[in-house]
Design a protein around this ligand. Structure first.
Ligand SMILES: C[S@@+](CC[C@H](N)C(=O)[O-])C[C@H]1O[C@@H](n2cnc3c(N)ncnc32)[C@H](O)[C@@H]1O
Length: 274
């Protein structure tokens, strides 16, 4: 047996152990990035083998939290991919306007930047008061940060540029108060946001939504897990509801392709038609 084959066995045992011990199921995450993350954890913990890491992670909850942080890959930004938000304003907002009440699910919301962006957009479009935003992630620590609405002041330059490119017409600085190194976003944006821990792999559908954003999450899953998560999103979407995916994701070649019409091909916006 060569080194790679042995590592394969160790990796499967690690993921099985983490699942049995903590309930987090990474068994069907995409292999290449999964291996990169695990190797990074082994280095960070100053260990040498996956088996050594498995022993530590199973016995040490703090080590599991660090593993979860590494596995979360929480890269995000306010108004990330500004053209996506332009498309939201043009093509999705008119559909939401027709609804008496709007439920939106941000599945895999990381530190909340995407959710605050949506809150700002809805405020500007006069839809916020009739909307409820459900912001979920598997990582509870990220949600705690998101809930506070405090972001790095140094990121505001990039976010302001994104906001303007995304069709924002106000002064972005009006949405936050700068204090020391922080930008604090106001309670008027948070009022209609519900934050909750939810794992797309192990948890069920919990409501029916008019709009679901699940962006840059499924790229870390293998094909069969992607298919299961697409089932969950489909089951959670009202007929005529909209699904928004990340720039490298698509509904094409999934078993739900025929259940959606393309609202914007480039911006990965799809409308459930049946
Ligand atoms: C790259 S971020 C994407 C954030 C945001 N949607 C965006 O596009 O900017 C991926 C997020 O997915 C979350 N995630 C990964 N696996 C998940 C799962 N099984 N269930 C729920 N969230 C998950 C991670 O914790 C992380 O916060």
């Amino acid at each position: 047996m060569n080194k790679n084959e042995l590592e394969e066995i160790e990796l499967r045992l690690l993921l099985e152990g983490v699942y049995q011990r903590y309930g987090y199921d990474f068994r069907e995450y995409a292999e290449a990035s999964l291996k990169r993350r695990v190797r990074q954890c082994i280095r960070d913990e100053q260990l040498t083998t996956i088996s050594g890491f498995q022993e530590k992670v199973l016995h040490d909850q703090a080590c599991m939290e660090r593993f979860l942080t590494t596995m979360s890959i929480d890269v995000t930004a306010m108004f990330r991919d500004p053209a996506f938000y332009v498309a939201l304003r043009k093509k999705v907002v008119p559909l939401l306007r027709a609804e008496p009440f709007v439920r939106i699910w941000h599945a895999g919301c990381a530190g909340g930047e995407e959710v605050y962006s949506m809150a700002i957009l809805l405020r500007e479009e006069g839809l916020y008061d009739k909307s409820r935003l459900y912001a979920t992630d598997m990582n509870g620590a990220l949600l705690e940060k998101a809930k506070a609405g405090i972001f790095r002041l140094s990121a505001m330059k990039e976010y302001t540029a994104n906001y303007l490119q995304a069709g924002g017409s106000r002064s972005f600085a009006d949405y936050y108060v700068a204090k020391y190194d922080n930008a604090m976003f106001g309670p008027e944006l948070r009022a209609n946001i519900v934050w909750a821990q939810h794992n797309l792999v192990t948890d069920a559908s919990f409501n029916e939504f008019h709009l679901i954003l699940c962006r840059n999450v499924m790229i870390y899953f293998n094909k069969s897990l992607q298919a299961r998560v697409h089932d969950l999103l489909y089951d959670s979407l009202a007929v005529s509801g909209i699904l928004g995916l990340g720039s490298k994701e698509s509904i094409r070649f999934t078993s739900h392709e025929a259940d959606y019409e393309v609202l914007d091909d480039r911006q990965k916006l799809y409308r459930r038609i049946r």
